[in-house]
Design a protein around this ligand. Sequence first.
Ligand code: GLU
Length: 354
Amino acid sequence: MSRLVVKVGTSSVTDSSGGVDEDVLRHIAQDVAERRRGGDQIVLVTSGAITAGWAEVGEGRDRPQDSRLLQAVSAVGQPRLMDAWRRAFGAQGVAVGQVLLSPLDFADRAQYLHARETLSALDELGVVAIVNENDAVADEEIRFGDNDRLAALVANIVKADTLVLLTDTPGLLTGDPRRSPDVTLIEEVSEVDDDLRALAGSSSSGVGSGGMASKLSAARMATWSGVATVIAPARHSSPVSRAVSGEPGVGTVFHPRRAGLSARRAWIAFAVSSRGRLYINQGALQAIEHHGRSLLRVGVERSAGEFRAGEAVEVRGPEDQLVAKGLVRVDADQLFSGDDVVVHRDDLVLLRAG
Ligand code: GLU
């Protein structure tokens, strides 16, 4: 039995005219239904609402940039998208449920736990949960690639074994296939480092996909949570089973870190936005990185931002390097007069590899 989160990108869910690509959905639904019968638990994360919505109301015009319009367009496309998924799974005798989440749901821990309960109750009911970002009321600009991040957060809350990112490339490539003919597939990645990120650049297929850069940050987030990640092609029969088969040459596999972060620590590290920064000295750096200590007031040189107690901050070392993220115990203006413990070790997540 495996627990999987499968994310399908816009460029796979929709075809060149922006309509939903029923073939892709059918293959995925068949595969997911069959794996469920074999005992797997699977949550699906789908993109494509905006593209599908614009195909309906855009009258052939170029897709708008204005985020107010995009939000409205997503409201048109989301039911269209769900209708297509419902039919694809209906043909397999499987019911689907729609779960729309926004980053704020993950920032608030109670909401985050609610989302977890809902997803597990849907699974108990034998329903496949289909998740998308709640674009129509998203508080921030709609950014493509957000669903990669969303899928990684979902993989973390459901404690998935594997996150499968289905896309329109064979996986992570050594270069841009449109520019150089001799690019090859990177089959395995053990650590998402700066070199890899530079390689991925901000490649994008143009139609909504967040490109490799956002897939790499999702993979990093997931593997740090102890979730293996695979980037693999969507347009294939049994794309999910193929992606998790471990067959050489199929997709790019990211190995999970053995000591995966707990859900709470992954939530601190990746889900909550930072409200400020703490710049610490060498002694404090040693204490938190090598001795697992809390961050004390004496170790903080200065801060930036108007954070309040309980909010998340970045912790930066003497060379401005990002070393940790944590929840502060004091307001920014109380930093040098309040409690001695600025970030308790239980609320501090070290972000450097090792
Ligand atoms: N939530 C967006 C949509 O359904 C897609 C975001 C993404 O491409 O990651 O259209």
